[in-house]
Design a protein around this ligand. Structure first.
Ligand SMILES: Cc1cc2nc3c(=O)[nH]c(=O)nc-3n(C[C@H](O)[C@H](O)[C@H](O)COP(=O)(O)OP(=O)(O)OC[C@H]3O[C@@H](n4cnc5c(N)ncnc54)[C@H](O)[C@@H]3O)c2cc1C
Length: 393
């Protein structure tokens, strides 16, 4: 019997783990199943582009993984039993020997009244398509408010303003919008907001979302026909419903090799995992961290199964890349523990770098067997029972 590896989620993290494991391990020894609800790989980092009217290239998972040895299963995971080592796919049960949990994240409205009913978001494909449809109904002169001054809020506001110069776009945040960026980057961002006609509301606490705008902590109101909520991400409740050790927000706590600290047969990567990075700081939810987490997890799993030393590395940052529409951007150099430095690239050069990074991430996922490493190794112990006990140790 083969060792059964089940990867849940085919986003930036899960798809990379599955492809890399297929290159690392011999097909005669392992059966790799990649489970994803959406039949396509969704470029989540482009959801603001999708929402503002751009079409994204379809990337069917079955085509991507054809011939790789990875079995793609299109289904929604409803529960995981980490004691019985099974996954529930809404009635059907899938058994595993090693599980990789990579179910990503969703929009977090932080319980702000009215946000769930009245606000749109760009956290996933269906949400972005709903916003796209709504924006197409808004007539010239209409008002759009983006709540959230982080990367996603800035990218969404600028993308909509560039695509729809006929609309009045505003952005509001509890702190200064983009306030964590270096001085030079912030100056560039403010000029870009001016150029695109975006009204900025800094230091505004949104306490309620209504059909025609938001109410602020100071008792004021910002009118908007469309409110877009970009004030954070949270994880799905599936992991928290298991006996896995999770944080109070439901992210799976993993060690330096992306392995669950409570269940050694389970690994977690991407937004769903709580892992430490450089400087002993938790890695933030990002495509920039999902990829290296996935490489590391795949290499650790392959090393353990083939009896080799697991690699040891600390994940650190190099850049923060912010798109400002399609022709402008900010590439902010950061330290490995994510502190901004004075080094910044802006303008078209930055837009090109950001585009190359996004396209590169999607290319890597779409060509799972093209990238190194290519040498497939046999499991350390042939035979199912021995292999399974080996991975439990
Ligand atoms: C608009 C936007 C812009 C962004 N820009 C950047 C950026 O510039 N740089 C950056 O580093 N990060 C960016 N991010 C964040 C980045 O997209 C996420 O951190 C990244 O996608 C996390 O990867 P992941 O694989 O963990 O999750 P995801 O990419 O979300 O993948 C999770 C997968 O699991 C599937 N899934 C979920 N639940 C289930 C279930 N129950 N059953 C079956 N399948 C399921 C989903 O369909 C999805 O395919 C951006 C995010 C957004 C929304």
């Amino acid at each position: 019997m083969k060792h059964r590896i089940v990867v849940l989620g085919a986003g930036y993290a899960g798809a990379v783990v599955a492809g890399r494991l297929a290159k690392r391990l011999h097909r005669d020894d392992v059966e790799i199943t990649l489970v994803n609800g959406d039949p396509e790989f969704v470029e989540r980092v482009r959801m603001h582009q999708l929402a503002s009217g751009q079409d994204l290239r379809p990337r069917p998972l079955r085509d991507i993984f054809a011939g790789t040895g990875v079995r793609v299963r299109i289904a929604w995971v409803t529960a995981v039993d980490v004691e019985g080592k099974t996954v529930d796919l809404g009635g059907e049960t899938l058994a595993y020997d090693t599980l990789v949990y990579a179910l990503g994240s969703v929009n977090a409205d932080h319980g702000v009244p009215g946000a769930a009913e009245h606000a749109y978001n760009v956290a996933g494909k269906q949400a972005a398509l709903r916003l796209r449809a709504r924006l197409s109904e808004v007539r010239p002169g209409g008002t759009v408010l983006i709540v959230g001054g982080g990367l996603t809020g800035i990218e969404t506001a600028t993308e909509i303003a560039e695509a729809r110069p006929d609309l009045k776009v505003a952005i509001a945040a509890r702190e200064r919008v983009g306030g964590w960026l270096s001085d030079k980057a912030q100056r560039h961002l403010r000029r870009a907001f001016d150029r695109l006609g975006i009204t900025v509301h800094d230091d505004v606490d949104v306490t309620r979302v209504e059909a025609d705008g938001v109410v602020t902590g100071a008792g004021g109101k910002i009118e908007a026909q469309v409110t877009v909520w970009t004030a954070g991400f949270t994880v799905r409740p599936i992991a928290a419903a298991t006996t896995l050790e999770v944080t109070d927000t439901g992210r799976i706590v993993v060690d330096a090799g992306m392995r669950s600290v409570s269940h050694p047969d389970v690994y977690a990567v991407g937004d769903a995992a709580f892992a430490m990075g450089a400087g002993g700081k938790p890695l933030r939810m990002a495509c920039a961290t999902a990829n290296p987490m996935a490489w590391l997890a795949a290499d650790v799993i392959a090393a353990r199964l083939t009896g080799r030393k697991a690699p040891e590395t600390t994940i650190g940052y190099a850049l923060q890349c912010v798109s400002i529409g399609r022709r402008d951007g900010i590439i902010q150099r950061v330290t490995p523990d994510d502190q901004v430095t004075p080094t910044v690239f802006t303008g078209r050069t930055a837009a090109r770098i950001k585009e190359m990074i996004c396209a590169g991430a999607a290319w890597g996922i779409s060509h799972p067997t093209m990238l190194r490493p290519s040498r497939r190794r046999r499991l350390a112990v042939a035979g199912a029972a021995e292999t399974r006990s080996l991975t439990r140790s």
